[in-house]
Ligand binder design. Sequence first.
Ligand code: GRF
Length: 204
Amino acid sequence: MPNKEVRVAVLVSGSGSNLGAILEAQKSGKLPGIHVVLVLSTKSEAYALVRAKNYGVKTAVVERKAYPSEEACQAAVLEHLEKSRAHVICLAGYMRMVSQEIVRRFRGRILNIHPALLPKFGGPGMYGHFVHEAVISAGEKESGCTIHIVDEEYDHGPILAQAKVPVLPGDTTELLAARILEQEHQLYPAVLKEFCKTLPSGGA
Ligand code: GRF
């Protein structure tokens, strides 16, 4: 474990239940030395922002419509991340591609959680219920979630951990999503904790 704190920024767009799991783990002392210092959302109405505020975490909203171009929007995200002095970034339901510049700047220190067993059922268009629909219609017997390092390609970087669940007869996308989400909430805090141990002192 690093001597100093590891500062974590969590990027979100929606409900933020994974964010909630990380914040709860931090609050209950399961993530010693790890501090969520920023929650940045692509949407002002994301419930994740309410969760962040409930835990007293600083929030930022970077909506595409507020910027003249994608580049300007991505530059604003990077500026927030730099200002927060985050060492590690966790994507938790973040519905925006991470720019190449952000990947370069935080190389090897951006984690993502995906609700399927990558490398299957990943890539552009594979998000939310689309993932679970694809898994069910492919007749898969199991699915799960994957935490991986983010690189320049969508859902692509090195895999850190996976948790599996069965796909049951008669499963709907909602039932399967809920079964997987339960695993996500266990896996993300646990993987974040182990990942931070591998960082040099102070997370830098
Ligand atoms: C999760 O299923 C995660 O795997 C995917 O987006 C969803 C986010 O859910 N990347 P929540 O906002 O954490 O509840």
